[in-house]
Design a protein around this ligand. Structure first.
Ligand SMILES: Cc1ncc(COP(=O)(O)O)c(C=O)c1O
Length: 433
């Protein structure tokens, strides 16, 4: 009866029925356990059913389940907004809640667009995006995503944007090596802005890692250079931290690694540690000020029924508290080292089957060598997923891009099991050409 997401309806495999989760493990109805090596779509950063998050939700449930957030407020929403401001270096002035990453991105786009209308610069309507980016599945979020199998069929419904080649520091689109790089990959964007200095409302990006587009990595200097360009031409920098936020890259937020100052950021996934749906868009003062106006036409009309749900806010506060425990970032950095060691040894063992290895924070990637079949629709993908599951490991390669994004608390023995599952699978599987 359920139409499962991202599941081809032609001969779908039956889904695994999960009845319980604890730490990095999921348990099915037959008592089998699976190591969740991708944090259930990158959300369960502390593992499943973390006792502190569960307790926080229980406590909140005794007091208030839900209340609309217009004309009413509540302590969890207020405290969470204050926390979000604190952990983002005081760059932002307002927090707009929603309940998924796509909506948080839509809100960024709508705010940037309306800002220019509100201040009388209606010619600024264009959004710049990268060709391998992904920002979600709603129409607006798809519009600012790169052309892919996810959104191609809807191209007639998407609003027009300007698409540029994404940076990729492992396979540089302009043939540079890290040592010789002067962020030449951004030149086409700079040229476009120079030629159309008053048309661009914003540049929408995933910082440091383009996730669903194939776990593509790029260097911090690209962010700094892009920020300079955006500021020079008066375009806003819209930073989608839905995947990279809350420690995933080894700092609280990826933008902080580069020391840039985004105008808007979107967060979701790890915000509640994967326990309840909640997302947020953080807005700088400049943008907010354009909405402080008695004219109702200049108001911002976007809110979802469950916006700022108290249970989800409380869960998010508990998750952030866990991130603030002493030594937390150090633990992610240690995990980064362990992932690197494990993947490096796999690369040594299978030099002809691995095209590239890269690691940043708690994200480790092995790009498999599959010749001309490379890409999201790589036909061997289904069999790989099945083989990992048979070995008790939940891994969902993006096409031929095999990656780990485990809960930060994953144990050494579980990590070893993940590497062994990859090892065994690579040795027994014909990846194709
Ligand atoms: C970078 C990025 N932005 C936005 C989204 C969309 O988030 P959601 O699935 O919560 O709508 C995703 C989801 O994978 C993402 O990776």
């Amino acid at each position: 009866m359920i139409w499962y997401p991202f599941t081809l309806q032609y001969e779908p495999d039956s889904p695994v029925k999960i009845v319980r989760g604890e730490k990095e493990f999921l348990y099915d109805e037959g008592g089998n356990s699976y190591i969740d090596a991708i944090s259930s779509w990158w959300a369960n950063i502390h593992g499943h059913n973390h006792p502190k998050i569960i307790q926080a939700i229980r406590d909140q449930l005794d007091r208030l389940d839900h209340v609309l957030l217009a004309g009413f407020t509540h302590e969890p929403a207020e405290t969470l907004a204050a926390q979000l401001m604190k952990i983002t270096d005081g760059l932002f002035h307002k927090v707009l809640y929603s309940d998924n990453g796509s909506s948080a991105v839509e809100i960024m786009i709508k705010l940037a667009y309306q800002y220019f209308r509100n201040i009388g610069q209606s010619e600024r309507t264009t959004f710049i995006k990268w060709n391998t980016s992904y920002h979600g599945d709603t129409i607006g979020a798809m519009s600012v995503g790169g052309d892919s199998v996810f959104n191609r069929v809807f191209s007639g419904l998407l609003f027009p944007t300007k698409e540029f080649p994404a940076p990729n520091c492992n396979f540089c689109p302009v043939g540079k090596l890290p040592d010789s790089c002067r962020t030449e990959c951004l030149r086409t964007i700079e040229e476009y802005l120079e030629a159309h200095p008053n048309e661009v409302a914003g540049i929408v990006i995933e910082p440091l890692i383009l996730g669903s587009g194939g776990m593509v990595f790029y260097q911090e200097e690209v962010l700094r250079s892009l920020e300079r360009t955006a500021k020079k031409y008066g375009a806003f920098l819209l930073v989608d931290e839905v995947f990279t936020g809350f420690g995933r890259t080894g700092s609280f937020f990826a933008y902080q690694r580069a020391g840039i100052r985004p105008d808007l950021i979107a967060v979701a996934k790890g915000l509640s540690g994967g326990s309840l749906p909640i997302a947020a868009t953080l807005v700088c003062e400049k943008i907010h000020s354009a909405f402080v106006n008695p004219d109702p036409e200049k108001g911002f009309y976007h809110g979802h029924t469950m916006t700022g749900n108290p249970l989800a806010c409380r869960a998010a506060l508990a998750s952030i508290e866990l991130l603030q425990e002493p030594g937390f970032l150090k633990r992610v950095q240690e995990l980064e080292k362990k992932i690197n060691v494990g993947l490096e040894s796999l690369e040594r063992e299978f030099p002809h089957r691995i095209r590239n290895r890269r690691v940043l924070g708690a994200v480790g990637v092995l790009e498999l060598e599959v010749g001309s079949q490379a890409g999201y629709t790589y036909p061997g993908n289904k069999i790989l997923k099945k083989k990992f599951l048979e070995k008790g490991v939940l891994l969902r390669p993006l096409g031929n891009v095999l990656y780990l994004a485990p809960p930060y608390s994953i144990s050494d023995s579980s990590l070893e099991k993940v590497f062994n599952a990859i090892r065994q699978t690579l040795s027994e599987t014909d990846l194709g050409k």
